[in-house]
Structures are given as C-alpha cells and as structure tokens.
Design a protein around this ligand. Structure first.
Ligand SMILES: [Fe+2]
Ligand SMILES: [Fe+2]
Length: 261
C-alpha cells in the first residue's frame, strides 16, 4: 500500500492558522509515503509568504514533492519578467521540477505556471513539449508500481469547474503519458475537489487546503491509498474543527488503463 497526502493551493498570506495546525498534526498521524503539494503556495509571491511556506514545510513529515502555481510568480513590477522565480528559489530551492522516488513509486513534478500564460492570461497554465518528453524519459528509466505526476493546472474539468481552463496542451500530453505508464496526476488551481479518468489516467484535484480563498467548497485535501492495480481517494473536508472524509473515489487498473469502480 502506497499512502499519499495531496495538498494544494495553500496560499500562505491568506492561510487559516487553525487549519494549518490541524493539518500538521494530521499529516504526522497519517505517516504518508509522500506528500504532494500541487502549487499556489503563496497568495502574492511575497518574501514573507515564502518564509511561512518554508517554516510549514519544515514541520511536515518527509518526503515532499512540490511544484509552483500561478500565484507563486510576483504579479507586480519588473520582477515577474526579470526574475520570476527568484523568491521561490531563495526559500524553496532551485529544483522546480523535482523527481521523488520511493521503493514502490516514482513522482515527477512539472512547472505549469508561466510569466505570460496562454492568451496573455497569467493565471492559465501550459505544459510544453520538453516537459512532456522529460516525463516520458523519467518513467522509462525503471518502472515502479505507481507513476505519479504533479502539476498545478488541471488536466480534468467537471461540470462545476467548466468555467475554468484546463492546462494547455493536455490533448498532446495525456495520450503520450498514458503510453509512458503514468497512473495518477495530482493538481489544484480550481479550488475544488474531484477526480476522474482521462485517457486511461486517474486525475485527482483537491481544493484549497489551508486558505480562505474558498470557491464554494470548504478546505480540503486528498488522502490516497494506492497499489499496482487500485487507487482510493478520500476527499478530506474541513468541518467543525477537523478534516473529515466526505467520500471515497475508487479506481482500478485494466488492460486498457484505469477505470472508475
Ligand atoms: Fe489557487
Ligand atoms: Fe492557481
């Protein structure tokens, strides 16, 4: 059994201290094999916010895999264009597309946030051809029981999130990553919790785990149990002073890829 805690859209600067403290305790009790953090760690990419993120990460059980979101690029002055990742690198290190391996899993992060987003919308994200190739290469270098990809922008939208934009070039990436044996993609950005299967790959989204930037849903994170041929995703929702499991989505692996049920 591989245990993953998937948290997202922390938005330090708008964090709720009570939720932060509860999550730290809960993640220690959970003993996950991996904590995946799918971007938007800060609200406005301020130095003080990155410092809070650093302190928070240092309190968590390891290992973590962390990728940036659109809110982690400064949205003001020249910094966005001249040195968009300087603050990230100062507080969180230079590897913005990490690879984290365990005995039974391999997780790859990609940075989907852009100085100029698609159609000049800085909030939107994109995967480029080099990133698609790199993911293929990593997973071709020795298969594990579970191959995980972490990116901020969503590869799946549902009826409730249909007004948002999926990551650009998903239509190119997903069939290639299915052939590269990607099992599970973890994302954020829309601040809503849901999961499903796209092109034979399980895509799981979670809401804003720690912040008051709620989009009609409470704070949430995903508690995931996975094996070679099964993935279970608990939607953990903040309610009455703690995270409670609201529902569990189940997926199993068939010859033609992952299916619900
Ligand atoms: Fe966000
Ligand atoms: Fe975002």
């Amino acid at each position: 059994m591989i245990r993953i805690a998937h948290i997202s859209d922390l938005h330090f600067g708008r964090e709720i201290p009570e939720v932060v403290e509860a999550l730290v305790d809960e993640l220690h009790a959970l003993h996950p094999d991996l904590i995946a953090v799918s971007g938007d760690l800060t609200q406005r990419a301020r130095a003080a916010e990155f410092l809070k993120v650093r302190v928070f990460f240092d309190r968590l059980p390891q290992p973590l895999i962390v990728v940036p979101g659109n809110h982690d690029v400064p949205d003001y002055r020249l910094t966005r264009f001249v040195a968009p990742w300087s603050r990230w690198k100062r507080w969180l290190g230079s590897d913005m597309e990490p690879v984290v391996e365990g005995d039974r899993f391999c997780a790859v992060g990609i940075n989907s946030a852009r100085r100029w987003g698609p159609y000049l919308d800085w909030s939107r994200g994109r995967v480029n051809l080099a990133q698609i190739r790199r993911v293929e290469q990593v997973f071709s270098q020795g298969a594990k029981d579970l191959h995980i990809l972490v990116a901020h922008h969503p590869f799946l939208l549902t009826a409730s999130s249909a007004s948002r934009h999926a990551i650009a070039r998903a239509d190119i990436a997903l069939p290639r990553w299915f052939r590269a044996q990607v099992d599970l993609i973890l994302g954020g950005h829309v601040h809503m919790a849901y999961s499903g299967v796209v092109d034979g790959i399980v895509v799981a989204q979670t809401g804003t785990t720690l912040s008051s930037r709620l989009k009609g849903e409470p704070n949430s994170y995903n508690r995931i149990r996975a094996d070679t041929d099964s993935i279970e995703i608990d939607n953990m929702v903040w309610f009455d002073g703690g995270f409670k499991c609201q529902d569990t989505a189940r997926y199993c692996k068939r010859q033609a890829g992952w299916v619900a049920g």
